[in-house]
Design a protein. Structure first.
Lengths: 318, 541
């Protein structure tokens, strides 16, 4: 996988329109850069996980895509339609679920869904009713009487029931219990099968890992990593655990090996790039057990941010 | 990070927070109160310089039922003190009550609506304790209001020609803030009864409206003066500050406040957080007739408020109509006629009285307009607008829909007030035609539409200040009109009032050309505001 850069490695320009495309998208508040020069494409039918710590610029990106805020520079398109200059047309193709729901407290769930459907202009009524059943939503209750999780269910149903071409989801499962989260994952999988595109911003890395074809990671308003999970795993360190029949040798000097920790005959280490140097080094010893596994998304994420933090601290100190 | 400040004692957090917020707002309102009192007193000494002029004024207004119904009784108008009470007390009593109920419901039910109350209650306090502390904080706010008003009154009283002593001045300030005290308690009570801040403010507003209507009828000289004891505003009137003070009349005010506050705290202790005492239906069958789009949604959202305002306008209209004939008959002395003429209502009779009295309708309709503008901004500030704008709805179309509904509402308000006034007047054979009163009702619409335009401009350019600006415009216009009737304010100052260009219909024919100009100004402001709104980021609170 390529090193951090602002242009997505998998971005490709074809004659077919990307579902979501941004070009040099920048948002500045005073002297603070909330988002810097974001160039990104999400193809039709893809599910993109959009990751980053708090304040990285995820919600800013989404609000720019939705035309709710204006970019300082750059542009964004949904299915080839400029989100800023032609938001009404762009919004005919998308639905959005925010992480924090603030709906009209005097309306019931059913009234809210009716309203959102009428405003959107298209609703798959049978699917909507199925979603209400699947999410176990009591639609006759007023919004003010709902819990946070139920608010979120209304928004999820309101977005999914229109079967939009593009789903833009910003922390969509906050407040949902594990069973409802499972129902959500199922809905997204179905949407993916139907060819819908999903732009999923989430802190729940297991959710992203389970649902997403591609991942984009933001840091301080910049896109620092993009690619498929397989690419990221392939290009990232593999965790290896070795057990020797006797004292463990010193493997710290082996090419590509890092983070070596030994506990008697057991050694825990990470290998970046080819494992061949390590295998050669192990050839002279009696190995009783050898385990290797690819890093989880969480490990990738933490490794990436841990490394960046260290680099930042080093830069500041220097 | 190292904390260097000493944390607040846990059991006083609510008290301090409430006191800080209430006192900040009270300082602003107290300054307004003080300026009005001091400027009224000083302007009187400049306007009525000779004893003969003052005596003439006293004879004319002293027993005038028209002015009595509108502004309360007018004893001792030949003195600075008597005139100052007559000129400022009713306006400031009502403004004080509005401040009290809005501040109280905001800091009690509003905090609960926002979820911050739960956070405070999770600390070492109880619902009863927190409510008591909040009332204590509100008391600090009222004390601030009183202190600042008193300082202005006493300082103004030291002006040699005014000559109001300190003790009576302080008592006058106390009388002015008495309504604030009572309606702080009322707001605290309705905050327990209702399940939303808007409902709580509406219930308290209804009590204020009923209180004013009762006092109006009691003072209208129709033989129902006993009703004064049923009205909290009437109790304050009975204090008679500066004109023969009756401190004993504080008793019903104190008792009422204490009982209402006690009940409020008891109810707070015994109800669920987030719920009201009055039943609030948590479930309802779907009513989707109006929910066909963003315009229908706007209609659905504003409907309860609009119905309440239209009822208030209808009640005001009927009361004005009922007293118009008898009040108009007392406009005969030359001083009264002079003052009415200065207010733009020449002549005598019911039409002349209504020409001045319709300023009340104009103010109410302006408040309706300000409320609509504020509600529009709140939809954006609280993030609900996002749910519409992420769908195929343009910003300008949404804003145009909100403005359209606001305009329809203020036009309806004018018509309802006109028709209701005619019904009241017809019941007394006041001989004012429905066409005349419909014109008078529509005559108050252009200033309100102009205000809507100013509000849209603010939404576009300075959204976070929308509410403050539109209500300040109404308050300033009210101040200019109240003082303008008896002072020689500069034309430029007078022109800054929304109501100054409005003809005093039905005393004179409405000036539709001026009305069209005001609508044009409003439309221009709205167009600029809409363009700015289209270009800017959506902004939260």
């Amino acid at each position: 996988m390529a090193a951090a850069k602002t242009t997505c490695t998998y971005s490709f320009r074809t004659q077919t329109l990307a579902a979501v495309r941004t070009e040099g998208l920048t948002k500045r508040y005073g002297t603070t850069d909330a988002l810097r020069d974001l160039t990104l494409e999400v193809q039709r039918g893809e599910v993109l996980g959009y990751l980053g710590p708090n304040g990285a610029g995820k919600t800013t990106t989404i609000r720019l895509l939705l035309g709710l805020i204006r970019p300082t520079a750059g542009r964004a398109e949904i299915l080839g339609v400029d989100c800023q200059h032609n938001p009404v047309e762009a919004h005919q193709h998308l639905a959005y679920v925010p992480g924090e729901a603030n709906l009209w407290p005097g309306l019931t769930g059913a009234e809210t869904l009716h309203l959102l459907g009428r405003v959107q202009g298209k609703v798959d009524v049978a699917y909507r009713d199925g979603l209400i059943a699947r999410f176990e939503l009591d639609a006759d209750k007023k919004i003010r009487a709902y819990s946070k999780g139920n608010h979120q269910k209304v928004l999820l149903i309101g977005a999914l029931m229109c079967r939009p071409d593009v789903l833009v989801l910003d922390e969509p499962t906050s407040g949902l219990d594990p069973l409802m989260e499972q129902a959500f994952r199922q809905c997204i999988s179905e949407a993916k099968e139907r060819g819908q595109t999903v732009f999923l911003s989430s802190h729940i890395l297991s959710e992203v890992e389970a649902l997403c074809d591609k991942v984009a990671i933001l840091r301080n308003g910049r896109l620092v990593e993009t690619g498929s999970l397989a690419d990221m795993r392939h290009l990232s360190a593999v965790t290896v655990e070795v057990t020797f029949d006797g004292p463990a040798p010193d493997l710290a000097g082996v090419s590509g090996v890092s983070a070596v920790s030994a506990n008697g005959p057991d050694v825990h280490l990470q290998v970046s790039g080819s494992v061949e140097p390590l295998m050669k080094a192990l050839g002279g010893y009696h190995v009783t057990k050898l385990l290797s596994r690819e890093p989880s998304l969480e490990e990738l994420f933490l490794a990436l941010y841990g490394g960046q933090d260290a680099a930042d601290e080093h830069a500041v100190a220097g | 990070m190292r904390l260097t400040s000493t944390p607040l004692p846990a059991d006083r957090v609510v008290l301090r927070q409430t006191a800080r917020t209430a006192a900040r707002s009270a300082a602003l309102w107290g300054s307004l109160f003080g300026v009005m009192v001091a400027s009224s007193a000083i302007s009187y000494t400049q306007l009525y310089k000779t004893q003969a002029e003052r005596q003439h004024l006293a004879v004319a207004f002293g027993s005038n039922h028209a002015s009595s119904a509108l502004f309360g009784p007018a004893p001792q108008l030949q003195t600075v003190a008597g005139f100052t009470v007559f000129k400022t007390s009713m306006t400031l009593m009502i403004l004080g009550a509005i401040w009290g109920l809005l501040t109280s419901t905001r800091l009690l039910r509003g905090e609960e609506d926002a979820g911050r109350w739960e956070l405070l209650l999770s600390g070492p306090t109880t619902r009863k304790g927190a409510s008591g502390q909040a009332l204590g904080g509100l008391a600090v706010g009222v004390a601030t209001l009183w202190s600042i008003t008193a300082v202005f009154t006493v300082v103004g009283g030291r002006y040699s020609k005014v000559d109001i002593a300190a003790a009576p001045g302080v008592f006058f300030a106390l009388a002015l803030v008495s309504t604030a005290v009572m309606f702080v308690a009322v707001g605290a009570l309705t905050s327990q009864l209702a399940s939303t801040r808007r409902q709580a403010a509406a219930y308290a507003g209804w009590l204020l409206g009923a209180s004013y209507a009762l006092r109006m009828v009691a003072d209208a000289g129709v033989g129902l003066h006993g009703l004064i004891w049923l009205s909290p505003l009437g109790w304050v009137e009975q204090l008679r500050p500066l004109t023969g003070a009756r401190p004993l009349a504080l008793v019903p005010i104190v008792v009422f406040t204490a009982v209402v506050a006690f009940v409020a705290v008891r109810l707070a202790a015994n109800r669920d957080v987030g719920a009201g005492i009055l039943p609030d239906r948590a479930r309802a069958a779907a009513r989707t007739r109006l929910l066909f789009g963003q315009l229908g949604l706007t209609a659905r959202l504003v409907r309860p408020t609009v119905v309440a305002w239209l009822c208030a306008l209808a009640t005001t209209g009927v009361v004005l109509g009922v007293i118009a004939k008898s009040a108009g008959m007392t406009i005969s002395g030359s001083s009264v006629k002079t003052v009415f003429a200065r207010l733009g209502a020449p002549g005598t009779g019911a039409e002349s009285f209504l020409g001045v009295a319709f300023l009340i309708v104009a103010i109410l309709v302006a408040f309706v307009a300000a409320g609509q503008v504020t509600a529009t901004r709140v939809e954006e500030a609280q993030g609900r607008l996002d749910h519409l704008l992420v769908r195929p709805v343009s910003r300008v179309a949404w804003l145009a829909g909100r403005v359209g509904v606001a305009v329809v509402v203020v036009v309806a308000g004018g018509i309802v007030a006109g028709v209701a006034t005619w019904l009241g007047a017809a019941s007394q054979d006041a001989h004012v035609t429905i066409a005349t009163l419909l014109d008078a009702g529509l005559n108050v619409v252009p200033p309100a539409i102009c205000l809507v335009g100013i509000g849209v401009l603010t939404i576009g350019v300075w959204p976070q200040e929308t509410s403050r600006i539109v209500y300040t415009v109404v308050g300033w216009s009210l101040l200019v009109e109240v003082l303008g009737g008896v002072t020689t304010a500069s034309r430029w100052t007078a022109d800054t009032s929304l109501f100054h260009q409005m003809a005093a219909a039905p005393a004179v024919s409405p000036n539709w050309t001026t009305g069209a100009a005001m609508v044009g100004i409003g439309a221009a402001c709205a167009a600029i505001g809409a363009m700015a709104f289209h270009r800017r980021d959506l902004r939260g609170e």
